[in-house]
Design a protein around this ligand. Structure first.
Ligand SMILES: [Zn+2]
Length: 285
């Protein structure tokens, strides 16, 4: 079985603050200073959690493991420190974003370092793709990146079998996709920027065991497929962002800060979202 690991950063054990997940060359824009040391250890922790998932996937019977970078500029993992058996996908733009490389030949997707959706109380660095998004709903259900990516994987017939991150993202994935998805809680959030963590070594051991179990369970998991047509709604922070989004073909205005798009399938929705997001991004400071 081929397995694709989609690696985000915020849900890594030890990480609680944007100083941990923002590369120093971008940090100034966010008002962060002198975070080079913190970012450096954080990306090492991220890399080691990914390696634990690769080891577990191979132990569980995976024949091929791909790792796709899913955070920020998508070049945070340290290639020389990555598991030698993993095939690594990095950089951007990548058409399928956090799932680039995925196709129908894969048997499972795993989420490492994932985080709760925008608006979740007491959830480490909760957001959905970009800061101006307040909520995304797929078929009326509020979802985070985990939900959009699960539906995109579902389009290719691939189920999500594993998630690691804080307690909130594990709970949200279980609520959306069912309790058979292996969830590894590496930290319990106390607020959006404080948590009680497992020690990194303990987190890796649990991720490794969980990933192995996930590969064993994958054949009986169902891909997540929202009913067609798929209604995709987005609440944004300001009305002028919604104004811009409605310039995109097929996008309708549903409220002062709400826009919608109805897609024939999830790939159609995903393409529309890439355009909407880029048009709105053009106005971000
Ligand atoms: Zn993310």
């Amino acid at each position: 079985m081929k397995v694709l690991i989609s690696a985000d950063m915020e849900g890594t054990a030890g990480i609680v603050h944007s100083a941990h997940v923002t590369p120093p060359d971008h940090a100034g824009e966010s008002g962060i200073r002198n975070n080079a040391v913190e970012f450096d250890w954080a990306r090492r922790l991220m890399t080691e959690e990914v390696n634990a998932a690769v080891n577990g996937a191979l132990e569980g019977g995976a024949t091929e493991v791909w790792v796709t970078e899913g955070h920020g500029a998508m070049r945070n993992l340290l290639p020389p420190a990555l598991h030698p058996e993993a095939r690594y996908v990095s950089g951007r733009p990548k058409f399928l974003g956090q799932l680039e490389g995925l196709d129908r030949s894969f048997g499972a997707v795993m989420f490492t370092g994932y985080h709760g959706r925008a608006g979740t109380p007491a959830s480490i660095l909760a957001h959905t793709f970009i800061g101006i998004i307040q909520e995304i709903r797929l078929g009326g259900i509020a979802v985070g990146e985990y939900g959009v990516n699960a539906a995109l994987a579902g389009h290719f017939g691939v189920p999500v079998a594993f998630v690691s991150g804080d307690n909130t993202v594990v709970a949200q994935v279980h609520e959306l996709l069912g309790a058979d998805v292996v969830g590894v809680e590496v930290k319990r959030a106390l607020s959006s920027t404080s948590a009680v963590h497992l020690h990194p070594e303990k987190a890796r051991a649990e991720i490794r065991a969980g990933a192995a179990e996930a590969v064993r369970r994958a054949p009986r998991l169902r891909p997540y497929l929202p009913k067609s047509p798929i209604r995709f709604e987005v609440d944004v922070a300001k009305p002028d962002l919604a104004d811009l989004a409605t310039l995109c073909h097929g996008v309708t205005r549903e409220g002062p800060r709400t826009i919608a798009y109805e897609g024939t399938d999830m790939l159609d929705v995903w393409k529309a979202w890439l355009v909407i997001r880029n048009v709105m991004n053009s106005r971000m400071p």
